[in-house]
Design a protein around this ligand. Structure first.
Ligand code: SF4
Length: 538
């Protein structure tokens, strides 16, 4: 029941964006999987809502916290604003609610991972991210009281004019909203006319970016914004690169810790290039990076530091920086491999083809040349692995003008990577609206060549080969057996119920991959696992 006619400004995000996926940023990728996949019946298990205190969500997406902070810094009070989980919208939206602001990271499932894996996995293709976003608009109180709706966030570009009209969104903000959002929310509160679409091309100067006042999901703090390497398929590079001052970062770390986080996620396109000297070709500033991490690690209550992204070349340019950094970060690892702490971060290989690197992402390999890229990847992998780093690397399949020889070069690289520890995420090329290649055609599985399909499968064979040992291992406890049984059951049930029946090229690709990864005899595997559990319990 809504109190006092509702709150003036309500902020929210979909269930898959506001959940911390049990404090596991890696599992958050599963928001890209199809909504109708049976695993979503265990929604509360996989992505439960964050705790709610006095009606407010304890955690919220970092971008939404920035909007909240901007409003608080510009005349609104905490009483004017409620940041809530979507399930609580009916409790705070009422006749007095002027505006609901919604964060949208991947509202229609068009980002790389959603697009690739919702298509690949089947089950109707609608990613959970999309389903969860649209569910917000079916909230009774929103339909009844019709407050103004403003949507922004990294994925707001996905909402075209048609979808905007269909969902009843008054304003879509595309680009950095730190400054413009305050102006638009003010208009909404005063009942003035709102612009339908705002494309913010300007990158906000650091002094105009507000500091969060409440905790963000996964303890996120922004250490830098923008990139500067100019890969043509990418959106962060369209923004000017800025490094946040350490004092501001530490202030946000403290806000997160004071509100119940013990892990800090560093939002950045490249931790290794924090405050690098712009007169160099992406040479890291090791002292600045150590200082940053030391200052964050020194905040009481910080147990884990999780960088979002790194690039590979700084590891080759300055291997000593990696080992020094490891000395500090090893104590703050979020993840483990076979029981040992590991440091992880996402990075982009994208392709091993010097031709495609030279054509679309020449900056990615700087200060090296495109021809050196495959060897730079392997050398950086060696340095990172030796220092307990495990990169999670993306690979793009079906870049415009990708030729057989390009795919083969990447396939060879993946074979070489079998000697290293990593996690590979192959994605189909997607023409994101904000990137330079936006007018190119998206890749799709039906149009993939046999070699491209082989590359996709090879990446997942590699992941299964490496991570099976960690997840399933040789743990002989009843828990270890139960884990093995559950995995066998899930994979084989998926095969027996769904994947064995499909027709066509894509169905065959799925089937082949599932059988390669999980084994070729589902029934026998299930009964072997059951026998193993029985004997362990005896
Ligand atoms: S290095 Fe990464 S973040 Fe930078 S432009 Fe390339 S893909 Fe984008």
């Amino acid at each position: 029941m809504v109190k006092n006619g509702g709150t003036k400004i309500v902020l929210t995000a979909s269930q898959t964006e506001i959940s911390d996926f049990r404090n596991n940023p890696f599992i958050a990728f599963s928001g890209s999987f199809p909504h109708r996949m049976p695993i979503w019946s265990s929604r509360m298990l996989l992505f439960p809502p964050p705790p709610v205190e006095n009606g407010r969500s304890r955690f919220a997406p970092y971008g939404l916290r920035k909007i909240e902070a901007g409003l608080l810094d510009n005349g609104f009070s905490q009483d004017d604003i409620m940041t809530v989980i979507p399930d609580d919208l009916n409790k705070v939206v009422g006749p007095d609610t002027k505006v609901v602001g919604i964060s949208a990271m991947d509202p229609l499932g068009l980002a790389y991972v959603s697009f690739t894996y919702s298509t690949f996995l089947g089950w109707g293709n609608e990613p959970e991210n999309m389903h969860a976003f649209q569910k917000i608009f079916r909230t009774k109180a929103i339909k009844k009281h019709k407050p103004k709706i403003i949507v922004g966030g990294a994925g707001s570009w996905q909402i075209g004019p048609k979808a905007q009209k269909l969902l009843g969104i008054d304003t879509v903000i595309i680009g950095e909203a730190d400054e413009i959002a305050v102006e638009i929310f003010n208009k909404a509160v005063k009942g003035e006319a709102l612009p339908a679409r705002v494309k913010q091309k300007r990158s906000s100067p650091i002094e105009k970016i507000p500091l969060i006042k409440n905790a963000a999901v996964h303890g996120t703090v922004e250490i830098s914004r923008g990139c500067g390497r100019n890969c043509q398929f990418c959106t962060p590079t369209m923004r000017k690169r800025r490094d946040m001052p350490i004092e501001k970062i530490v202030e946000e770390v403290k806000v997160n810790i004071a509100n119940g986080n013990d892990m800090i996620t560093l939002a950045t396109e490249d931790l290794f290039l924090y405050c690098y000297d712009r007169t160099t070709k992406f040479h890291p500033n090791a002292m600045a990076v150590y200082n940053l991490i030391k200052n964050i690690a020194a905040v009481p209550g910080v147990n884990a530091i999780q960088p979002a992204h790194i690039s590979l070349t700084p590891a080759v340019v300055d291997p000593e920086m990696i080992s020094e950094l490891t000395n500090i970060m090893y104590e703050c690892c979020r993840y483990h491999y076979k029981g040992e702490p590991i440091i992880t971060a996402e990075t982009g290989i994208e392709t091993a083809s010097p031709r495609l690197i030279g054509k679309y992402m020449r900056g990615k390999c700087l200060p090296y040349k495109p021809e050196q890229w495959p060897e730079v990847i392997l050398e950086s992998y060696g340095i990172l692995n030796d220092n307990n780093w495990t990169p999670l690397s993306t690979i793009i399949i079906g870049l415009p003008d990708e030729q057989e020889s390009d795919t083969l070069t990447t396939l060879e690289l993946v074979d070489d990577i079998f000697n290293y520890r990593s996690f590979l995420v192959p994605n189909l090329f997607a023409n994101l609206e904000e990137c330079i290649l936006r007018n190119e055609r998206r890749a799709n599985f039906d149009a993939c060549t046999d070699t491209q399909i082989e590359l996709f499968q090879r990446c997942w064979e590699y992941n299964a080969h490496l991570w099976k040992q960690d997840w399933l291992g040789k743990n002989k406890t009843p828990m270890g057996f139960a884990q093995r049984l559950a995995t066998t059951l899930i994979f084989n049930a998926a095969y027996l119920i769904y994947y064995r029946w499909g027709k066509g090229n894509l169905a065959k690709i799925r089937r082949d991959l599932l059988l390669k990864v999980s084994g070729t005899k589902p029934i026998e595997k299930i009964s072997a696992s059951l026998k193993a559990v029985k004997s362990a319990l005896r």
